[in-house]
Design a protein around this ligand. Structure first.
Ligand SMILES: [Mg+2]
Length: 314
C-alpha cells in the first residue's frame, strides 16, 4: 500500500468552537479539516463532502451526537464513514452506548494530544484500506460480468439475467423474448481480412445493437461471434420488428479494411420465454434452432421459433 497522493478529510462536529480550534491544530498535518457547529449542519456536510472520518461531540443542543450517528448510519451514503466520539462524558455506560451505535472509537476529554493523533491516524489508515478494497471489488465484479473486447455483458451475466426473467415470466405471465444473433460467415471474415478486422466487426455489431436497444433490454456477447438479447415484457410481433430492424441496420454497416469497405450480415433466431421452460437452456436451444433455420434459408434474416409454424421473415 503506497501513501495516498491526496489528503483525507476529517469532519469535526462540535458546538464548542474552542474544541474545534484545538482539534484542528492537532490534526491538520494528517488531514484536511472541515467542521460543523451543530449536529444538523454536520449531517448536511457529511452527506455532501463524504469525509473519511468524523469526530463527533455528544452533548450538543439540537441533535446530540448519538442522534447524529444514528442518522449517519441510516443513510447509505454516510453509513460507512467511521465516527469517533470525543466527549467530556467519561462514564462507561455512555461509551458503551456510543460503540453499540456503531462508533469506531471513543475519546474522553481531557485527552492527551499524542493519543488522539495516534487513534485518528489509525482510523484514517483503515479507511484508506477499506476504500481501496471496495474499488478493487467493484473492478472485479465488472470484469467478472463483461466481455473484455467490447465491454458488453458476458455469457455468465446473461444466463443469470435470463434465469431471473424466466422466473418473472412464470410468475407474472408477461411475454418476454430471447434473441440469438450470429455473424454470418465470420470465419471467412477472419480468414480473408485477419483477426483485427474480425474484432472490428464484433465491436461494430455491439455498437449498433446497443444503440438500437431499449433501457431494460439485456445484450450480451454470448460467445465468439454469437450475441444474445433479452427483451422483457415484449410481445413477439414487436420483438420480430426489432430483430428485423437490427438485421437491416447491420447489413448497412461497413467496416474499413485498408482502402476497402467491408460489410457483413447477421442471422437471428427469436423465441418467447415459456411457462413450461425448465431452465435457460431450453429457451436458448429453441432460439438456436431458429437461428440454424435462418442460416439454412440463406442467412441475413430472422426466424421466429414457433411450435406450430416456424415462420421466416425479412
Ligand atoms: Mg458539546
Amino acid at each position: 500500500m503506497t501513501e495516498p497522493d491526496t489528503m483525507q478529510t476529517i469532519l469535526i462536529i462540535d458546538d464548542a468552537k474552542e474544541n474545534i480550534v484545538v482539534l484542528s491544530r492537532l490534526l491538520k498535518s494528517q488531514a484536511n479539516i472541515i467542521f460543523a457547529l451543530s449536529g444538523e449542519e454536520g449531517l448536511k456536510i457529511a452527506g455532501t463532502n463524504l469525509p473519511d472520518l468524523i469526530l463527533l461531540d455528544i452533548s450538543m443542543p439540537g441533535l446530540n451526537g448519538f442522534e447524529v450517528l444514528e442518522h449517519l448510519k441510516q443513510s447509505q451514503t454516510t453509513a460507512d464513514i467511521p465516527v469517533i466520539f470525543i466527549t467530556g462524558i467519561p462514564d462507561a455506560e455512555t461509551e458503551e452506548k456510543g460503540l453499540n451505535l456503531g462508533a469506531v472509537d471513543y475519546i474522553t476529554k481531557p485527552f492527551a494530544s499524542a493519543v488522539v493523533k495516534a487513534r485518528v491516524r489509525h482510523q484514517l489508515k483503515l479507511q484508506r484500506l477499506t476504500t481501496a478494497l471496495k474499488e478493487a471489488n467493484t473492478r472485479l465484479t465488472q470484469l467478472a460480468m463483461s466481455d473484455p473486447l467490447t465491454g458488453a455483458y458476458n455469457r455468465r451475466y446473461f444466463l443469470d439475467a435470463l434465469k431471473k426473467e424466466l422466473e418473472r415470466v412464470q410468475r407474472y405471465r408477461h411475454p418476454s423474448i430471447l434473441m440469438v444473433f450470429d455473424i454470418d460467415r465470420f470465419k471467412s471474415i477472419n480468414d480473408n481480412y485477419g483477426h483485427d478486422i474480425g474484432d472490428k466487426v464484433i465491436i461494430e455489431m455491439v455498437k449498433v445493437s446497443t444503440t438500437m436497444l431499449r433501457k431494460n433490454d439485456t445484450f450480451s456477447r454470448f460467445g465468439g461471434e454469437e450475441f444474445t438479447i433479452l427483451l422483457p415484457e415484449t410481445p413477439l410481433a414487436e420483438a420480430s420488428q426489432i430483430a428485423n430492424r437490427l438485421c437491416m441496420q447491420i447489413a448497412r454497416t461497413t467496416i474499413e479494411s485498408g482502402n476497402k469497405a467491408l460489410s457483413f450480415t447477421v442471422s437471428c433466431g427469436v423465441t418467447q420465454l415459456r411457462d413450461d421452460d425448465q431452465s435457460p437452456d431450453s429457451i436458448i436451444k429453441r432460439a438456436d434452432i431458429a437461428l440454424y433455420q435462418a442460416k439454412q434459408s440463406g442467412r441475413n434474416q430472422v426466424v421466429i421459433a414457433d411450435d406450430t409454424a416456424p415462420l421466416v421473415s425479412n
